[in-house]
Ligand binder design. Structure first.
Ligand code: CMC
Length: 392
């Protein structure tokens, strides 16, 4: 009963009004608060973009300095958090650890449940942006059996993350500006993307008034899947499976086969029906990083470039408007920088936390928002007579 629009996957339902991110999928345009992603990736650092997403304007120099101070003030995690890590199997997937540990933060910051208080909302947002790199690096350190590293607040957001990930107490990580700038750019490119699955999950969880740390944990769970943030990990697995350029046509054929569940990972997008603008920046960054590291002939990059070329000329991909998305090149860069494949989606989560927080805050501050509660088309049994157990 009732009259509802049936829209599986919400392909044509707007769930909210938002002023944060604009995408023109046909033209391949992505704007944050009106600014082109290409400009932001080229001319800003990650915390400036985080400020922009949260506050609606780029910061002045003073505002930027204050914001950096406010964020770095919160970069450490409670010492007790280390116990949470120790409860996980050594070979746990770091995304599983992220879901658990970020969810557990709601127990450390119970005051954040008072979401009506703007000060609590602000502190929760700062804590999340500040602590995600620390927690992500801890997840990595745990998996390789090295001691957790404390944050260093004099470093930039990206440098600090690389130091906590690759530094050890015996030896600091030596910053390579090409790599830390690439890391920063990767964070910017992943910072927000309007109402994608994980952001919608954060909004939906948050719409009931739940603790924001728990809401972000829900977002991390949603991001994990291979159709969403897990695609960067899946791309590398696919490139390794293809193994050689000569096998590409075979995989392209499989991707086109309706009876084969295989898809070209890193291709296609719900909104972009053109080249994903983030993929373009990512491709250029990929070249910079490989050249800096002296990697001349990366076999995976060769396969990726050839695969892209073949797919972009293929009737099926042209007709369905399937172009490379942000995940297509990011994995190659991250692998070259020394991250294991299992960390790729974790890095996405670190960056997307700013978007999640900005969108969560916008939702809480929107007087029109109600609890998110989709309806359904019931297709089950009509009411029927109950049969006792001994008669079944
Ligand atoms: N390879 C082969 N065929 C594809 C692909 C692909 N990667 N993507 C879509 N198609 C086909 C699909 O089979 C369908 O064909 P038909 O109309 O004949 O049934 C048509 O294109 C439309 O696809 P859809 O699944 O209905 O579209 P969607 O908007 O529901 O899905 C997507 C979008 C991103 C989940 C999908 O393109 C996909 O699975 N891509 C591979 C995974 C991936 O790279 N995900 C990362 C997305 S970008 C970053 C992020 O969001 O985290």
């Amino acid at each position: 009963t009732g009259c509802f629009t049936y829209d599986p996957g919400f392909t044509s339902t707007a769930s909210c009004e938002s002023k944060i991110t604009y995408i023109d999928g046909d033209e391949g345009v992505l704007l944050h608060r009106g600014y082109a992603i290409e400009d932001l990736a080229e001319k800003c650092d990650f915390l400036e973009v985080a400020y922009l997403l949260m506050n609606g304007e780029l910061p002045s120099q003073d505002e930027k300095a204050k914001f950096e101070h406010d964020i770095t003030y919160h970069t450490m995690v409670h010492e007790q958090m280390a116990h949470f890590f120790r409860g996980f199997r050594r070979d746990a997937h770091p995304m599983a650890i992220m879901c658990g540990v970020v969810g557990a933060m709601s127990a450390f910051y119970h005051d954040s449940t008072d979401i009506e208080d703007p000060r609590q909302r602000m502190i929760a947002s700062y804590r999340l942006i500040a602590k995600m790199p620390t927690i992500a690096a801890m997840a990595y350190k745990y998996s390789v059996g090295q001691p957790f590293m404390y944050p260093k607040n004099k470093l930039s957001y990206a440098q600090n993350f690389l130091q906590m990930t690759f530094g050890v107490p015996a030896e600091d990580y030596v910053d390579n500006p090409v790599l830390s700038e690439a890391m920063d750019k990767i964070f910017i490119l992943h910072a927000d993307h309007e109402q994608n699955a994980s952001t919608s999950t954060v909004r939906l969880a948050g719409s009931s008034g739940a603790n924001p740390f728990a809401c972000i944990a829900a977002g991390i769970a949603s991001l994990w899947g291979p159709s969403h943030g897990g695609a960067n990990e899946a791309v590398l697995k696919m490139l390794a499976e293809i193994g050689d350029k000569k096998h590409i046509p075979e995989f392209v054929k499989r991707a086109k086969d309706k009876n084969d569940p295989f898809r070209l990972m890193g291709f296609g997008h719900r909104v972009y029906k053109n080249y994903d603008p983030r993929a373009k920046v990512m491709q250029a960054t990929c070249r910079e990083v490989l050249s800096e590291l002296g990697i001349k002939d990366d076999p995976l990059l060769d396969i990726a470039m050839e695969l892209e070329k073949i797919a972009l000329e293929d009737e099926y991909f042209i007709e369905k408007k399937l172009y490379p998305n942000v995940d297509f090149y990011s994995g190659i860069i991250l692998k070259a920088m020394g991250f294991p494949t299992s960390m790729f989606t974790v890095l996405f989560a670190v960056a997307r936390t700013t978007g999640w927080v900005a969108q969560w805050k916008e939702m809480i501050e929107d007087p029109v928002q109600k609890i998110g509660r989709p309806r359904q088309l019931y297709t089950g049994h009509q009411a029927r007579k109950f049969v006792p157990l001994n008669k079944r």
